[in-house]
Write a protein that binds this ligand. Sequence first.
Ligand code: ADP
Ligand code: MG
Length: 473
Amino acid sequence: MGFEAVIGLEVHSQIKTNTKLFSSSNIDYGCDPNSNVSEVDLGLPGTLPVINSRAVDLAILAGVSTNCRINKKSTFARKHYFYPDLPKGYQISQYDEPLATKGYLDITTSDAMKKTIRINRVHMEEDAGKLIHDLSNDYSMIDLNRAGVPLIEIVTEPDISSPEEAVKYLKKLRNILIFGGISDCNMEQGNFRCDANVSVRRVGTEKLGTKTEIKNVNSFRFVQKAIEYEINRQIQLIEKGKKVIQETRLFNSKSNKTYSMRSKEDAHDYRYFPDPDLQPLILSQERIDKIINSIPESFEDKISNYLNKFQLSRDDVDILISDKILCDFFDSTLEYVNEPKVVCNWILSEIIRYIKQDNFKLKGENFAKLIRAIVTGKINNNSAKEILSKVIETNENVDTLINDLGLQQESSEAFLSQIIDNVIKDNRKEYDRILNGETKLMTFFVGQVMKETKGKGNPQIINQILKERFRID
Ligand code: ADP
Ligand code: MG
């Protein structure tokens, strides 16, 4: 009798705020070590935590976006453990009364079926600091910039049955958090990471097997590999008559294997208790409603609009939707020009290379002017690229620039015919070769004509006239 895998995922994602969850320290990535650490983050005597209300709003939004019930009362608890990166000796988290519960996300399985993954809870907690072991042979270093950074933890029920489903769920969750502006979910910076709980059981049995938890996996590929490895490891153990031990494991991406890190602690090991420094978090219905009403359209509606109304391809939609900056730029351009496909193509082939740069100034309204100039044939693609390279950093008016640079496309058939005849006269040999069937020389002629028009010739019309001259249909 075969085995089946049972998987539950816990995702930690950094909430997109300017300051920490309980202090006013800033949370910018890449600052000097220990430069963003306040007395509160260190838990010094006499300090008190104050909840970051923006973080709460974004956590509520995360709950709503994952179809959870938002609890009007939730509480903060201290989770105690001793570790050098945890200066207070406890982490402030939510335990028995989390912010949001009982949600779900639907994924599409490999056999194209809809599958619902239930979400047990979404809660808020603070991050710990970071230990750095590889700067010295003699000692380790501690950077506490991350200590107190706001996180949401999103925990599924054990409803996932394969590594592929796990990755599908994670990709969807990540896109939803990015789409909602809740988190940047930058996996390299560790602000979207996953603990994978894995067990196996004999097909047809109900009882869950003993699970292991693989900690802090931060790439989709590694999640897939780690779970695959873990499923096989557990099956082999059981087939040899051995038992799976409940423990925490780490994934090594070089060997593609998981290794035991520590035996799994139980909840009571953490000696959770309500944090006496923090009042219960009481949310009014108005506050929750305001957040619900602030969502312009659901993630699912957005995708279906892109696919059905705008007729974009699945691949293009996947790229757009996985980056809020691209998505927003696309949407704001479409407010001014109704050419979704052209806009999408230009964003994914050109804009995508510049949009993350600090000096990117181009606005959707101005980009729409460029798109209009392209689709009406006012300028050709080469000129469009030239203009783009100029306006990216300045947002200078595209229409003015087209005039100033004299880049209007030359579409007059009479004018282009004249040039083409001259080019043919100067290149008799090539002309004869084309007539003898070497049609690939067409591009040579297009190039020559373009050169004569200083790059402004309308390529469609040039092609059309050349074909007539060469009698190619
Ligand atoms: P813990 O207290 O060990 O963190 P929880 O019950 O809170 O355990 O569950 C943590 C995660 O492990 C959840 O995502 C849950 O769905 C998953 N999980 C629980 N039991 C199993 C199991 N037997 N096999 C796989 N995943 C499980
Ligand atoms: Mg856990």
